[in-house]
Ligand binder design. Structure first.
Ligand code: RFL
Ligand code: PHB
Length: 391
Protein backbone atom coordinates (compact mmCIF):
# COMPACT_ATOMS: atom_id res chain seq x y z
CA UNK A 1 0.00 0.00 0.00
CA UNK A 2 1.17 3.55 -0.77
CA UNK A 3 0.13 6.99 0.42
CA UNK A 4 1.53 10.50 0.74
CA UNK A 5 1.38 10.92 4.52
CA UNK A 6 1.18 7.86 6.79
CA UNK A 7 -0.25 8.80 10.20
CA UNK A 8 0.38 6.68 13.29
CA UNK A 9 -2.42 7.05 15.86
CA UNK A 10 -6.13 7.88 15.56
CA UNK A 11 -6.40 10.19 18.56
CA UNK A 12 -7.41 13.82 18.04
CA UNK A 13 -3.99 14.72 16.54
CA UNK A 14 -4.00 11.95 13.93
CA UNK A 15 -7.65 12.33 12.99
CA UNK A 16 -7.52 16.12 12.69
CA UNK A 17 -4.30 15.96 10.66
CA UNK A 18 -5.94 13.42 8.36
CA UNK A 19 -8.93 15.73 7.86
CA UNK A 20 -6.79 18.82 7.18
CA UNK A 21 -4.63 16.94 4.68
CA UNK A 22 -7.61 15.40 2.91
CA UNK A 23 -9.17 18.84 2.57
CA UNK A 24 -6.00 19.99 0.82
CA UNK A 25 -6.04 16.98 -1.51
CA UNK A 26 -3.18 15.16 0.24
CA UNK A 27 -3.68 11.40 0.53
CA UNK A 28 -3.24 9.88 3.98
CA UNK A 29 -3.75 6.61 5.84
CA UNK A 30 -4.08 6.26 9.62
CA UNK A 31 -2.69 3.22 11.45
CA UNK A 32 -4.12 2.81 14.99
CA UNK A 33 -3.23 0.17 17.54
CA UNK A 34 -6.58 0.09 19.35
CA UNK A 35 -10.15 -0.43 18.18
CA UNK A 36 -12.29 2.64 17.43
CA UNK A 37 -14.49 1.80 20.44
CA UNK A 38 -11.48 1.71 22.74
CA UNK A 39 -10.26 5.11 21.50
CA UNK A 40 -13.74 6.56 22.11
CA UNK A 41 -13.92 5.03 25.58
CA UNK A 42 -11.00 7.09 26.93
CA UNK A 43 -12.42 10.00 28.91
CA UNK A 44 -9.97 12.86 28.70
CA UNK A 45 -10.13 16.50 27.73
CA UNK A 46 -13.16 18.71 27.83
CA UNK A 47 -12.21 22.30 27.07
CA UNK A 48 -11.60 23.58 23.54
CA UNK A 49 -9.91 26.86 22.69
CA UNK A 50 -11.50 29.00 19.97
CA UNK A 51 -8.60 28.12 17.63
CA UNK A 52 -9.39 24.41 18.05
CA UNK A 53 -13.09 25.04 17.39
CA UNK A 54 -12.15 27.02 14.28
CA UNK A 55 -10.06 24.12 12.95
CA UNK A 56 -12.90 21.66 13.55
CA UNK A 57 -15.23 24.07 11.71
CA UNK A 58 -12.72 24.35 8.89
CA UNK A 59 -12.74 20.59 8.29
CA UNK A 60 -16.53 20.55 8.45
CA UNK A 61 -17.12 18.71 11.74
CA UNK A 62 -18.29 21.65 13.87
CA UNK A 63 -22.07 21.27 13.63
CA UNK A 64 -22.66 19.04 16.66
CA UNK A 65 -20.04 20.92 18.66
CA UNK A 66 -21.96 24.18 18.16
CA UNK A 67 -25.27 22.47 18.94
CA UNK A 68 -24.21 20.52 22.01
CA UNK A 69 -21.08 22.25 23.34
CA UNK A 70 -21.32 24.84 26.12
CA UNK A 71 -19.56 28.18 25.72
CA UNK A 72 -17.80 29.41 28.86
CA UNK A 73 -17.10 33.11 29.28
CA UNK A 74 -15.33 32.89 32.62
CA UNK A 75 -13.58 30.62 35.08
CA UNK A 76 -13.80 30.68 38.86
CA UNK A 77 -11.04 30.20 41.40
CA UNK A 78 -11.83 28.93 44.89
CA UNK A 79 -9.34 29.44 47.70
CA UNK A 80 -9.65 30.02 51.44
CA UNK A 81 -13.28 28.92 51.10
CA UNK A 82 -14.19 31.79 48.77
CA UNK A 83 -14.98 31.87 45.07
CA UNK A 84 -13.60 34.53 42.69
CA UNK A 85 -14.67 34.92 39.07
CA UNK A 86 -12.14 35.69 36.33
CA UNK A 87 -13.87 37.27 33.34
CA UNK A 88 -11.92 35.38 30.70
CA UNK A 89 -13.89 36.82 27.81
CA UNK A 90 -13.64 40.43 28.97
CA UNK A 91 -9.93 40.15 29.75
CA UNK A 92 -8.98 38.37 26.51
CA UNK A 93 -10.62 40.76 24.09
CA UNK A 94 -13.76 38.68 23.62
CA UNK A 95 -12.48 35.10 23.39
CA UNK A 96 -14.24 32.13 25.00
CA UNK A 97 -13.68 28.39 25.47
CA UNK A 98 -16.13 25.59 24.71
CA UNK A 99 -16.85 22.56 26.88
CA UNK A 100 -17.17 19.61 24.49
CA UNK A 101 -15.62 16.25 25.29
CA UNK A 102 -12.58 14.85 23.53
CA UNK A 103 -14.66 11.70 23.02
CA UNK A 104 -17.18 13.73 21.01
CA UNK A 105 -14.47 15.51 18.99
CA UNK A 106 -12.95 12.13 18.17
CA UNK A 107 -16.36 10.70 17.33
CA UNK A 108 -17.15 13.55 14.93
CA UNK A 109 -13.75 13.25 13.20
CA UNK A 110 -14.10 9.45 12.92
CA UNK A 111 -17.60 9.76 11.43
CA UNK A 112 -16.47 12.33 8.88
CA UNK A 113 -13.49 10.15 7.94
CA UNK A 114 -15.70 7.10 7.47
CA UNK A 115 -18.19 9.09 5.37
CA UNK A 116 -15.40 10.28 3.09
CA UNK A 117 -14.25 6.68 2.72
CA UNK A 118 -10.75 7.52 4.00
CA UNK A 119 -8.55 4.69 5.10
CA UNK A 120 -8.02 3.98 8.80
CA UNK A 121 -6.62 0.67 10.00
CA UNK A 122 -7.76 -0.06 13.57
CA UNK A 123 -6.35 -2.83 15.75
CA UNK A 124 -3.00 -2.81 13.96
CA UNK A 125 -0.48 -4.83 15.96
CA UNK A 126 3.31 -4.60 16.08
CA UNK A 127 3.40 -1.19 14.35
CA UNK A 128 6.94 -0.23 13.34
CA UNK A 129 8.37 2.69 11.39
CA UNK A 130 11.37 2.33 9.08
CA UNK A 131 13.76 4.43 6.99
CA UNK A 132 12.42 7.82 8.05
CA UNK A 133 15.97 9.17 7.82
CA UNK A 134 16.04 8.27 4.11
CA UNK A 135 13.68 9.18 1.27
CA UNK A 136 11.37 6.15 1.40
CA UNK A 137 9.86 5.87 4.89
CA UNK A 138 7.65 2.87 5.58
CA UNK A 139 5.35 1.53 8.25
CA UNK A 140 4.88 -2.17 8.86
CA UNK A 141 2.13 -3.68 11.01
CA UNK A 142 0.12 -6.82 11.51
CA UNK A 143 -3.63 -6.85 10.93
CA UNK A 144 -5.91 -9.89 10.96
CA UNK A 145 -2.80 -12.05 11.36
CA UNK A 146 -1.26 -10.68 8.14
CA UNK A 147 1.79 -8.47 7.88
CA UNK A 148 1.37 -5.27 5.87
CA UNK A 149 3.69 -2.51 4.66
CA UNK A 150 2.64 1.09 4.00
CA UNK A 151 5.00 3.20 1.92
CA UNK A 152 4.74 6.99 2.26
CA UNK A 153 6.50 10.28 1.55
CA UNK A 154 6.26 11.23 5.22
CA UNK A 155 5.30 9.70 8.58
CA UNK A 156 3.34 11.71 11.15
CA UNK A 157 3.84 10.31 14.65
CA UNK A 158 0.52 11.11 16.36
CA UNK A 159 0.66 8.07 18.62
CA UNK A 160 0.58 9.71 22.03
CA UNK A 161 3.02 9.69 24.91
CA UNK A 162 3.48 5.90 24.96
CA UNK A 163 3.65 5.50 21.18
CA UNK A 164 6.43 4.00 19.09
CA UNK A 165 7.35 6.97 16.89
CA UNK A 166 9.27 9.02 19.45
CA UNK A 167 10.74 5.79 20.82
CA UNK A 168 12.08 4.91 17.34
CA UNK A 169 14.28 8.00 17.17
CA UNK A 170 17.95 7.35 18.10
CA UNK A 171 18.59 8.58 21.64
CA UNK A 172 21.35 10.95 20.64
CA UNK A 173 19.07 12.75 18.16
CA UNK A 174 16.45 13.80 20.72
CA UNK A 175 16.47 15.81 23.96
CA UNK A 176 13.72 15.24 26.52
CA UNK A 177 12.69 17.69 29.24
CA UNK A 178 10.49 16.33 32.00
CA UNK A 179 8.91 17.21 35.32
CA UNK A 180 6.79 14.68 37.20
CA UNK A 181 4.43 16.05 39.85
CA UNK A 182 4.07 14.34 43.24
CA UNK A 183 0.29 13.73 42.91
CA UNK A 184 -2.39 12.66 40.45
CA UNK A 185 -5.95 13.58 39.51
CA UNK A 186 -8.88 11.36 40.29
CA UNK A 187 -11.60 12.08 37.71
CA UNK A 188 -15.28 11.17 37.92
CA UNK A 189 -17.88 11.38 35.16
CA UNK A 190 -21.51 11.33 36.30
CA UNK A 191 -24.91 11.92 34.74
CA UNK A 192 -25.87 14.75 37.07
CA UNK A 193 -26.32 18.43 36.17
CA UNK A 194 -23.04 20.36 36.52
CA UNK A 195 -22.83 22.55 39.62
CA UNK A 196 -21.34 25.32 37.51
CA UNK A 197 -22.80 25.25 34.00
CA UNK A 198 -21.40 28.68 33.07
CA UNK A 199 -17.82 28.62 34.41
CA UNK A 200 -15.12 26.00 34.98
CA UNK A 201 -14.21 26.05 38.70
CA UNK A 202 -10.62 25.47 39.89
CA UNK A 203 -10.22 25.01 43.64
CA UNK A 204 -7.22 25.21 45.97
CA UNK A 205 -7.90 24.05 49.53
CA UNK A 206 -5.98 22.63 52.45
CA UNK A 207 -7.16 19.21 51.32
CA UNK A 208 -5.83 19.72 47.80
CA UNK A 209 -6.91 20.76 44.32
CA UNK A 210 -10.41 20.26 42.90
CA UNK A 211 -12.04 20.99 39.54
CA UNK A 212 -15.69 21.26 38.48
CA UNK A 213 -16.22 20.81 34.75
CA UNK A 214 -18.92 19.40 32.51
CA UNK A 215 -19.66 17.55 29.30
CA UNK A 216 -23.27 18.67 28.81
CA UNK A 217 -26.13 20.19 30.83
CA UNK A 218 -26.82 16.71 32.21
CA UNK A 219 -23.29 15.30 32.48
CA UNK A 220 -20.62 16.51 34.90
CA UNK A 221 -16.87 15.97 35.07
CA UNK A 222 -15.17 16.53 38.42
CA UNK A 223 -11.61 15.99 39.62
CA UNK A 224 -9.76 15.97 42.94
CA UNK A 225 -6.00 15.90 43.52
CA UNK A 226 -5.05 12.49 44.95
CA UNK A 227 -1.92 10.67 46.05
CA UNK A 228 0.17 9.17 43.24
CA UNK A 229 -0.19 5.66 44.61
CA UNK A 230 -3.97 5.88 45.21
CA UNK A 231 -6.04 3.17 43.52
CA UNK A 232 -9.47 3.80 42.01
CA UNK A 233 -10.85 1.00 44.20
CA UNK A 234 -9.99 3.06 47.29
CA UNK A 235 -12.33 5.80 46.08
CA UNK A 236 -15.99 4.87 46.48
CA UNK A 237 -18.42 7.35 44.93
CA UNK A 238 -19.44 8.44 48.43
CA UNK A 239 -15.84 9.18 49.39
CA UNK A 240 -15.29 11.12 46.18
CA UNK A 241 -18.34 13.37 46.60
CA UNK A 242 -17.52 14.08 50.25
CA UNK A 243 -13.95 14.95 49.33
CA UNK A 244 -14.95 17.18 46.41
CA UNK A 245 -17.44 19.14 48.55
CA UNK A 246 -14.88 19.57 51.32
CA UNK A 247 -12.57 21.37 48.88
CA UNK A 248 -15.09 23.93 47.57
CA UNK A 249 -16.70 26.99 49.11
CA UNK A 250 -19.78 26.11 51.20
CA UNK A 251 -22.30 27.67 48.79
CA UNK A 252 -21.03 25.73 45.77
CA UNK A 253 -20.60 22.54 47.80
CA UNK A 254 -24.24 22.73 48.92
CA UNK A 255 -25.39 22.82 45.29
CA UNK A 256 -23.42 19.78 44.04
CA UNK A 257 -25.79 17.12 42.74
CA UNK A 258 -24.28 13.71 43.38
CA UNK A 259 -25.02 10.45 41.60
CA UNK A 260 -23.38 7.19 40.57
CA UNK A 261 -20.14 7.56 38.63
CA UNK A 262 -20.13 6.26 35.06
CA UNK A 263 -16.33 6.51 34.79
CA UNK A 264 -13.62 6.94 37.38
CA UNK A 265 -9.90 7.04 36.70
CA UNK A 266 -6.61 8.33 38.07
CA UNK A 267 -4.12 10.21 35.88
CA UNK A 268 -0.57 11.14 36.88
CA UNK A 269 0.54 14.72 36.18
CA UNK A 270 3.58 15.39 34.05
CA UNK A 271 5.25 18.14 32.03
CA UNK A 272 7.30 16.78 29.12
CA UNK A 273 8.76 18.08 25.87
CA UNK A 274 10.87 16.26 23.27
CA UNK A 275 13.02 18.37 20.96
CA UNK A 276 13.13 18.53 18.00
CA UNK A 277 9.82 17.30 16.58
CA UNK A 278 11.19 16.35 13.17
CA UNK A 279 13.67 13.61 12.26
CA UNK A 280 14.18 13.40 8.52
CA UNK A 281 10.77 12.37 7.19
CA UNK A 282 9.24 11.65 10.62
CA UNK A 283 7.26 14.41 12.35
CA UNK A 284 5.91 14.17 15.90
CA UNK A 285 2.67 15.92 16.87
CA UNK A 286 0.48 16.07 19.99
CA UNK A 287 1.15 13.97 23.09
CA UNK A 288 3.81 12.00 21.15
CA UNK A 289 6.03 15.07 21.48
CA UNK A 290 4.82 16.75 24.67
CA UNK A 291 2.66 16.39 27.76
CA UNK A 292 1.20 19.11 29.94
CA UNK A 293 -0.47 18.61 33.31
CA UNK A 294 -4.22 18.97 32.63
CA UNK A 295 -4.65 22.03 34.88
CA UNK A 296 -4.48 24.49 31.99
CA UNK A 297 -6.67 22.37 29.67
CA UNK A 298 -4.00 22.62 26.98
CA UNK A 299 -3.14 19.05 25.84
CA UNK A 300 -5.79 18.53 23.19
CA UNK A 301 -5.52 22.14 22.09
CA UNK A 302 -1.77 21.80 21.57
CA UNK A 303 -2.35 18.64 19.55
CA UNK A 304 -4.67 20.71 17.34
CA UNK A 305 -2.17 23.57 16.88
CA UNK A 306 0.67 21.12 16.10
CA UNK A 307 -1.29 19.44 13.33
CA UNK A 308 -2.38 22.80 11.94
CA UNK A 309 1.32 23.75 11.60
CA UNK A 310 2.17 20.30 10.22
CA UNK A 311 -0.61 20.35 7.65
CA UNK A 312 0.53 23.84 6.56
CA UNK A 313 4.02 22.42 6.05
CA UNK A 314 2.81 19.48 3.93
CA UNK A 315 0.47 21.72 1.92
CA UNK A 316 3.42 24.01 1.17
CA UNK A 317 5.58 21.01 0.23
CA UNK A 318 3.09 19.48 -2.21
CA UNK A 319 1.53 22.74 -3.46
CA UNK A 320 4.49 25.05 -3.76
CA UNK A 321 7.22 22.40 -3.95
CA UNK A 322 8.90 24.20 -1.02
CA UNK A 323 10.71 22.57 1.91
CA UNK A 324 10.56 25.73 4.03
CA UNK A 325 7.44 24.75 6.02
CA UNK A 326 8.78 21.30 6.73
CA UNK A 327 12.13 22.68 7.81
CA UNK A 328 10.45 25.21 10.10
CA UNK A 329 7.78 22.94 11.61
CA UNK A 330 9.60 21.91 14.77
CA UNK A 331 10.73 25.40 15.72
CA UNK A 332 7.34 26.93 14.95
CA UNK A 333 5.42 24.33 16.96
CA UNK A 334 7.84 24.36 19.91
CA UNK A 335 7.48 28.12 20.39
CA UNK A 336 3.79 27.72 21.15
CA UNK A 337 4.32 24.46 23.07
CA UNK A 338 6.81 25.95 25.54
CA UNK A 339 4.43 28.81 26.30
CA UNK A 340 1.62 26.34 26.98
CA UNK A 341 4.03 24.27 29.09
CA UNK A 342 4.84 27.35 31.12
CA UNK A 343 1.17 28.20 31.65
CA UNK A 344 0.21 24.64 32.61
CA UNK A 345 3.14 24.36 35.04
CA UNK A 346 2.31 27.74 36.59
CA UNK A 347 -1.40 27.01 37.07
CA UNK A 348 -0.54 23.55 38.44
CA UNK A 349 1.93 25.09 40.89
CA UNK A 350 -0.59 27.71 41.95
CA UNK A 351 -3.60 25.45 42.47
CA UNK A 352 -2.24 22.22 44.03
CA UNK A 353 -0.96 21.31 47.47
CA UNK A 354 2.63 20.07 47.22
CA UNK A 355 3.89 17.71 49.93
CA UNK A 356 7.13 19.65 50.48
CA UNK A 357 5.97 23.26 50.11
CA UNK A 358 6.59 24.27 53.72
CA UNK A 359 4.98 27.18 55.54
CA UNK A 360 6.79 29.86 53.53
CA UNK A 361 5.90 28.25 50.21
CA UNK A 362 2.26 28.09 51.29
CA UNK A 363 2.28 31.80 52.13
CA UNK A 364 3.70 32.51 48.66
CA UNK A 365 0.90 30.52 47.03
CA UNK A 366 -1.72 32.32 49.14
CA UNK A 367 -0.22 35.70 48.25
CA UNK A 368 -0.11 34.89 44.55
CA UNK A 369 -3.76 33.81 44.52
CA UNK A 370 -4.78 37.02 46.32
CA UNK A 371 -2.67 39.04 43.90
CA UNK A 372 -4.11 37.23 40.89
CA UNK A 373 -7.77 37.87 41.67
CA UNK A 374 -7.04 41.49 42.64
CA UNK A 375 -4.87 42.38 39.69
CA UNK A 376 -6.21 43.09 36.24
CA UNK A 377 -2.70 42.57 34.84
CA UNK A 378 -2.24 39.06 36.27
CA UNK A 379 -5.87 38.09 35.59
CA UNK A 380 -5.28 39.10 31.97
CA UNK A 381 -2.24 36.82 31.81
CA UNK A 382 -4.42 33.96 33.05
CA UNK A 383 -7.25 34.79 30.64
CA UNK A 384 -5.16 35.16 27.49
CA UNK A 385 -3.40 31.86 28.14
CA UNK A 386 -6.61 30.05 29.07
CA UNK A 387 -8.37 30.95 25.82
CA UNK A 388 -5.21 29.99 23.92
CA UNK A 389 -2.31 32.03 22.58
CA UNK A 390 -2.61 32.92 18.90
CA UNK A 391 -1.61 30.25 16.40
P1 RFL B 1 -3.77 10.43 22.09
O1 RFL B 1 -5.15 10.91 22.36
O2 RFL B 1 -3.06 9.73 23.18
O3 RFL B 1 -3.84 9.51 20.80
C1 RFL B 1 -2.75 8.71 20.39
C2 RFL B 1 -3.28 7.53 19.63
O4 RFL B 1 -2.19 6.73 19.18
C3 RFL B 1 -2.49 5.38 19.42
N1 RFL B 1 -1.23 4.61 19.50
C4 RFL B 1 -0.75 3.86 18.49
N2 RFL B 1 -1.20 3.62 17.26
C5 RFL B 1 -0.48 2.79 16.47
N3 RFL B 1 0.66 2.19 16.87
C6 RFL B 1 1.15 2.40 18.11
N4 RFL B 1 2.28 1.82 18.49
C7 RFL B 1 0.45 3.27 18.97
N5 RFL B 1 0.64 3.71 20.23
C8 RFL B 1 -0.38 4.50 20.54
C9 RFL B 1 -3.28 5.37 20.71
O5 RFL B 1 -4.06 4.20 20.86
C10 RFL B 1 -4.13 6.63 20.52
O6 RFL B 1 -5.37 6.36 19.91
O7 RFL B 1 -2.81 11.64 21.63
P2 RFL B 1 -3.14 12.95 20.74
O8 RFL B 1 -3.94 12.60 19.53
O9 RFL B 1 -1.86 13.65 20.63
O10 RFL B 1 -4.14 13.81 21.67
C11 RFL B 1 -3.71 14.39 22.88
C12 RFL B 1 -4.86 14.45 23.89
O11 RFL B 1 -5.43 13.16 24.00
C13 RFL B 1 -4.38 14.93 25.27
O12 RFL B 1 -3.41 15.94 25.15
C14 RFL B 1 -5.55 15.51 26.11
O13 RFL B 1 -6.47 14.51 26.44
C15 RFL B 1 -5.01 16.15 27.40
N6 RFL B 1 -6.08 16.62 28.29
C16 RFL B 1 -6.72 17.83 28.05
N7 RFL B 1 -6.41 18.56 26.96
C17 RFL B 1 -7.09 19.72 26.69
O14 RFL B 1 -6.78 20.39 25.69
N8 RFL B 1 -8.14 20.17 27.48
C18 RFL B 1 -8.52 19.48 28.59
O15 RFL B 1 -9.49 19.86 29.23
C19 RFL B 1 -7.77 18.27 28.93
N9 RFL B 1 -8.10 17.54 30.01
C20 RFL B 1 -6.44 15.86 29.41
C21 RFL B 1 -7.46 16.35 30.26
C22 RFL B 1 -5.85 14.62 29.68
C23 RFL B 1 -6.23 13.90 30.79
N10 RFL B 1 -5.59 12.65 30.99
C24 RFL B 1 -6.27 11.47 31.28
C25 RFL B 1 -4.18 12.51 30.71
C26 RFL B 1 -7.85 15.65 31.38
C27 RFL B 1 -7.21 14.44 31.67
C28 RFL B 1 -7.62 13.72 32.93
C1 PHB C 1 -12.32 18.48 31.76
O1 PHB C 1 -13.47 18.91 31.56
O2 PHB C 1 -12.06 17.26 31.69
C2 PHB C 1 -11.24 19.43 32.12
C3 PHB C 1 -11.53 20.78 32.24
C4 PHB C 1 -10.52 21.67 32.57
C5 PHB C 1 -9.24 21.19 32.78
C6 PHB C 1 -8.95 19.86 32.65
C7 PHB C 1 -9.96 18.96 32.32
O3 PHB C 1 -8.26 22.07 33.12
Amino acid sequence: MKTQVAIVGAGPAGLLLGALLHQAGIANVIIERQSAAYVLGRIRAGILEQGTVDLLDQVGVGQRLHREGTVHHSIELVFKGQRHAVDVQGLSGGKVVTAYGQTEVTHDLMDARAQLGLSTVYEAADVQIHDFDGTRPRITYTHNAQTHALQADFIAGCDGFHGICRASVPEDAITEYEKVYPFGWLGVLADVPPVSPHAIVYGNSERGFSLCSMRSPTRSRYYVQCALNDQVAQWSDARFWTELKSRLDPELASRIVTGPSIEKSIAPLRSFVAEPMRFGRLFLAGDAAHIVPPTGAKGLNLAASDVKYLSDAFIEFYGEKSQAGIDGYSERALKRIWKAERFSWWLTSLMHRFPDTGAFGQKMQDAELEYLVGSQALSTVLAENYVGLPL
